[in-house]
Design a protein around this ligand. Structure first.
Ligand code: SF4
Length: 438
């Protein structure tokens, strides 16, 4: 029978030392109960706790760190059951024979896609050995390591992997292409260097055999690279493997890494879409193609957003352009999409303005108002808390047209302010500015 958070807490040291990343032992116990953490994250867990909790507290898909990012730790087969948690990490491959590696690394580390308040980046670089001489391969791994990017080593043989592993020691990097023959010796290398092993084989059963053997030998930082040759196979294998993991088949309890081989734009998009939607942990693109990567980053952001928690802006006053005490104050909710639409339209209309964003739990304007989280009284209070009542000479506030009914309550709470009812749609802001504010 599964233990509750309180039952688990009784087995923990109860010192609240925070080393597991939770503020209290109880918070950590709740995570264990929800299979969102592993007992090994508490360095002070007693033998008794380990014996009682043991494998029962492990998440069905092992949680790992690749550099600073988390991978795995998923609990659901379908996003709509609750949410997917740790998004697919995007990596770009560099071959050891490529020219201009430093330039490519700079482009990779400089690339950022800003979207609805999040900065989306490429999370790792893979290095593939394409010729027999390991010298050039090791040199390329060195360059990636000094660029500070988590590295995925894809050597031609175990010896080259072993020689290059110390270069990325304790970076949370990955040794890829681990087979039944190389698993034992590379497990030692991975242990010594704090790295993850990406296991592969010709069938799912063969991979399951390798992961079981590694785990028996005390090594459990594993990814699996499924042997799919076609898109439909990879869709099928990913689903079968994840379903097995969630059904407590421990040999399959790991997230996936996939290398896309084709440099064709549509192949990359097709395979990338499959991995993002179907449980990919790490996705390696064969080259840096910003059009493909940015498209899939947008998809990934949508898939890995908790549907129960809208993306929100921090409640505060935002500057549009160079506003001062004579600028107008605009009002909308803290739903990110609304914020970015409204701020973009105000800026596009050539306005220097203050944009007031109160706490509305990330709801859109009408929903927030209907839920009682966007009322005149709280908005007036928020204006005062933000100091606008003291600093603004121009006390004009434009409120969304959909909530004209809160105008009276704001006026009551903010004597001396001129409250204007604006347009209903952000796309009409420019016409509103031209017809009413100029
Ligand atoms: S590391 Fe262990 S003892 Fe410390 S807070 Fe976490 S659970 Fe408690």
């Amino acid at each position: 029978m599964a233990l509750t958070g309180l039952q688990i807490q009784k087995l923990l040291p109860k010192t609240n030392c925070k080393e597991c990343g939770s503020n209290t032992c109880l918070a950590f116990a709740m995570k264990l109960a929800g299979k969102k953490a592993e007992l090994s994250e508490c360095p002070y867990a007693s033998d008794e706790a380990k014996a009682i909790l043991g494998a029962a507290s492990e998440p069905p898909v092992r949680l790992l760190s690749l550099g600073e990012a988390k991978i795995g730790g998923e609990l659901y087969l379908y996003r709509h059951e609750k949410t997917f948690t740790n998004q697919t990490i995007f990596a770009v491959n560099i071959n050891d024979t490529d020219d201009g590696v430093q330039d490519t690394l700079k482009l990779i580390s400089d690339y950022v896609l800003e979207r609805v308040g999040e900065s989306l980046k490429i999370g790792a670089v893979a290095v593939t050995q394409t010729q027999d001489d390991p010298g050039k391969f090791i040199e390329t791994v060195k360059m990636v390591a000094s660029a500070g990017c988590p590295a995925i080593i894809r050597a031609k043989n175990a010896d080259a992997a072993k020689d290059s592993a110390p270069l990325i020691k304790n970076t949370g990097g990955i040794i890829a292409g681990v087979t039944a023959d190389s698993a034992d010796s590379l497990a030692e290398t991975a242990k010594d260097n704090g790295l993850i092993l990406a296991v592969t084989g010709t069938t799912i059963d063969e991979i399951a055999g390798i992961t079981a053997k590694l785990k028996e030998g005390g090594f459990n930082d594993i990814l699996i690279s499924l042997p799919a040759n076609t898109l439909s196979q990879s869709f099928q294998f990913n689903t079968v493997a994840r379903r097995a993991a969630l059904g407590n088949v421990k040999q399959m309890g790991y997230t996936f890494i996939r290398f896309i081989d084709s440099c064709d734009t549509y192949d990359m998009l097709r395979e990338g879409t499959n991995e993002v939607c179907k449980y990919g942990g790490v996705l390696v693109f064969p080259k840096l193609d910003i059009a493909v990567i940015s498209t899939l980053m947008t998809l990934r952001q949508n898939i890995y957003t908790d549907p129960q928690k809208p993306i929100q802006m921090e409640p505060k006053v935002y500057k549009i352009g160079e506003p001062d005490e004579n600028s107008n104050v605009w009002l909308t909710t803290n739903f990110s999409l609304t914020y970015f639409l409204v701020s973009g339209e105000i800026e596009g209309a050539g306005q220097n303005a203050w944009l007031l964003i109160p706490e509305c739990e990330g709801l859109s304007v009408l929903t927030a108002w209907a839920a009682g989280k966007f009322g005149g009284e709280m908005i007036a209070k928020f204006v005062k808390e933000q100091g606008l009542d003291d600093t603004q000479k121009n006390k004009t506030m434009i409120i969304p047209g959909y909530v004209a009914q809160i105008k009276g309550d704001i006026e009551e709470g903010l004597p001396g302010w001129n409250i204007l009812v604006g347009c209903q749609e952000a796309s009409d802001i420019e016409s509103f500015v031209n017809s009413t504010l100029k």
